[in-house]
Structure formats: structure tokens, C-alpha cells
Ligand binder design. Structure first.
Ligand SMILES: NC(=O)c1ccc[n+]([C@@H]2O[C@H](COP(=O)([O-])OP(=O)(O)OC[C@H]3O[C@@H](n4cnc5c(N)ncnc54)[C@H](OP(=O)(O)O)[C@@H]3O)[C@@H](O)[C@H]2O)c1
Length: 327
């Protein structure tokens, strides 16, 4: 028997699309509040994240890639934070009233651009001590993807040198922090003077402006013999230069979605990976945070009705992540 809090309601505000397309398809609407199935919880969201990948989902890119025909209205959004309002059968690790964050890509019961979201209990964890609800809301997707890249794709080891390309972006600034916690020495290639400052604050051993300084020059200064590995959160000539800065036989990896795909260099074949949040990855992520909160940078917060503007803002220079204030 599902357990709910006292304020049971039937409908909620959500931002939906009725067909795939541009930002103009995003509309606020009343839709039914989801009910938790077995092993699921419902979260009353306070904040949600805006992902760099959300426009691709809005345009129907993932549906086409996966050959699926989702039903409309369709609620986007794959991460957020708030308070658990209901738990389904067989949920033993979470309780109504807990303050939590969650990330669930293409969440089958609807996305996070809404007042309530229903997710598998294994994808939900308490908001870490010392972190705001906004920070916790936006860190799940990129934080776990960065960790997937660092630990599973690159197998970064303590003492190795690592280049993070796009180090002032959403994934990049968390990749810098997670990599230093794994013991790597980090060269951050950030965007702009403000980006360099953020990457330095994130703990990079050296930060350079990839929009102004050739990556090869920065890499030589950092490690004359080449780097052990690189994680690329953006594509283009400077990303290719980052791969070329890795020593032959070293490793380079990028999350699927980075365009153009980074080119191979002598003895280095960039490998694509996906975040694919699951309970085990979440456990590792939360374990690496421990009692040291991540310094998650939230550049701007938008209201639910401003989500089309948030999608436009994704294309403009900004540091860290964009958030939505739901409640
Ligand atoms: N497959 C998966 O599971 C998965 C999961 C999450 C994300 N992704 C993909 O991973 C990519 C990164 O995501 P994100 O959320 O981190 O996006 P993001 O915030 O846009 O990060 C990319 C960063 O790269 C910076 N950049 C671009 N060219 C640069 C250069 N020459 N020098 C220095 N910095 C440069 C951008 O700076 P400015 O724009 O500020 O100039 C931006 O900060 C996206 O393509 C996303 O779709 C994939």
C-alpha cells in the first residue's frame, strides 16, 4: 500500500510539449500528479535542472534514435530536488518527508519540468549536507555522467594527469572536482576569464582559457611529456587539440552528444560513453561527495513559465548549470 503525505492533490502544474519541435512547443499545463508504482517514490519538486541535452529531447532526437513513439503531452526534464510526498510498495530505503535529489534520463513516468515527479527509489538520494536544493537539483545528470566518464571510461587513477575540456560548463566544473577527489592532477580548459576563475575555484591545478589560448601550449606547460587522459565535454578544433595533448597509449573520452565527435590522435582513440544513472552509480557519486559538498555553480534560475527562455539561454555563454524554480 503506497504511503502519501497529507496534502494529496490530483493535478499539478507542468511544462509539456504536445509535439516535438522548438522552444515554442513548451507550454504550462495542468496534468495528473503521478502515483508511485512498486519500488517508486513521488517527489514534490522545488527545483529542477535544465540539461544541455533537453533541446535534443524536445526536438524528438532521442525518440528517433531509440525508435520509440512517446505519448503526449510529454513532460521534459531529467533531474531535480525536493521532498518525497509518496512512496510505493516495496520501498524500504526512502520515506515521505525526506529532502532528496534525483536524476532519471527519459524518465518513463514523466520528466522533472513539473511540480511532482515519480522515479525509481534507487535513483533518489538525500540532499547532501551543505548543499542547497538548487545545487542538488542540477548536479545529478552531469555529476553522474562525469563520474561515469572518469571512473568507468577513463579509469582515472591517483597521480595521473587529466585534461578537462569545457571545464567551466555544467559537466566540466564537476568533472574537475570529482577528478581531484580521485587524486588526479587536473588541467582545466575553460571558457573565458570567468570560466578560468570557476575552474580554478573547482580545484584545477592549472586553468587556461580555451577560447583565447591554444590548448597545446597550456598542455605543454602542464606536462611536457603529454597527459595521461582527457575528458571532453565540448567538440571542435580545441577538443581535437586536447586529444592530441594526450600521450600515445593514453585515454580520451566524451559523453555521447558532444559534437563534432572528437578526432583520434596518434595512439589515442576517443571513446564515447553515456551517463546512464543507476542505483550503483548514484551510490558511488554520493560516496565521493561524503561530507564534502560539491561546489555546484548555478548560473541562473528560471520559473516554470520561463523554460523556453532557459532553453535559449543554454546556447549562450554561461558557467555551470541552469536551474528551474518549481515551487
Ligand atoms: N551521453 C550522456 O549521458 C550525456 C549526459 C550529459 C551531457 N551530455 C552531453 O555532454 C555535453 C556537455 O554537457 P554540459 O551539460 O556540460 O554542457 P555545457 O554546460 O554546455 O558544457 C560545455 C562547455 O564547453 C565549453 N567550451 C566549448 N568550447 C570551448 C573551448 N574551446 N574552450 C573552453 N571551453 C569550451 C562551453 O563554454 P561556453 O558555452 O560557456 O562558451 C561550455 O561551458 C553536451 O553535449 C551534452 O549533451 C551527454
Amino acid at each position: 500500500m503506497a504511503t502519501r503525505d497529507a496534502g494529496d492533490i490530483a493535478t499539478m502544474r507542468a511544462v509539456v510539449i504536445d509535439r516535438f519541435g522548438g522552444p515554442e512547443q513548451l507550454r504550462e499545463r495542468q496534468v495528473p500528479v503521478p502515483s508511485p508504482g512498486r519500488g517508486q517514490v513521488v517527489i514534490r519538486l522545488e527545483k529542477a535542472g535544465v540539461g544541455a541535452w533537453d533541446p535534443f529531447e524536445r526536438e524528438g532526437g532521442y525518440a528517433e534514435m531509440q525508435g520509440t513513439s512517446p505519448s503526449f503531452p510529454y513532460v521534459l526534464g531529467s533531474e531535480g530536488a525536493g521532498t518525497i510526498s509518496a512512496v510505493g510498495d516495496a520501498v524500504t530505503n526512502r520515506a515521505v518527508g525526506e529532502r532528496v535529489f534525483a536524476a532519471s534520463f527519459l524518465n518513463p513516468t514523466g520528466g522533472f519540468y513539473a511540480e511532482y515527479v515519480c522515479v525509481d527509489a534507487g535513483l533518489v538520494a538525500p540532499v547532501p549536507a551543505g548543499m542547497s536544493t538548487s545545487q542538488a537539483a542540477v548536479m545529478g545528470g552531469v555529476g553522474m555522467t562525469a563520474l561515469r566518464g572518469l571512473q568507468d571510461a577513463l579509469e582515472v587513477r591517483s597521480g595521473e594527469t587529466l585534461l578537462v575540456h569545457g571545464a567551466s560548463g555544467a559537466m566540466g566544473h564537476l568533472a574537475v572536482q570529482l577528478a581531484t577527489r580521485l587524486g588526479a592532477r587536473v588541467l582545466a580548459v575553460a571558457s573565458g576569464v570567468d570560466g578560468v576563475a570557476l575552474a580554478t575555484r573547482a580545484g584545477a591545478d592549472l586553468s587556461i582559457d580555451g577560447r583565447a589560448v591554444p590548448v597545446a601550449d597550456g598542455a605543454r606547460r602542464f606536462s611536457a611529456d603529454g597527459l595521461d587522459a582527457a575528458i571532453l565535454t565540448a567538440g571542435g578544433p580545441e577538443a581535437d587539440a586536447a586529444v592530441a595533448a594526450v600521450k600515445p597509449g593514453g585515454r580520451a573520452a566524451y559523453p555521447t552528444g558532444v559534437q563534432p565527435e572528437p578526432a583520434p590522435a596518434l595512439g589515442v582513440e576517443p571513446q564515447a560513453f553515456n551517463g546512464e544513472p543507476d542505483a550503483k552509480l548514484l551510490e558511488r557519486f554520493v560516496g565521493l561527495i561524503g561530507d564534502r559538498p560539491l561546489d555546484v555553480h548555478v548560473a541562473r534560475e528560471f520559473t516554470l513559465d520561463q523554460i523556453p527562455a532557459a532553453h535559449h539561454a543554454l546556447r549562450e555563454h554561461h558557467l555551470g548549470k541552469l536551474a528551474i524554480t518549481v515551487a
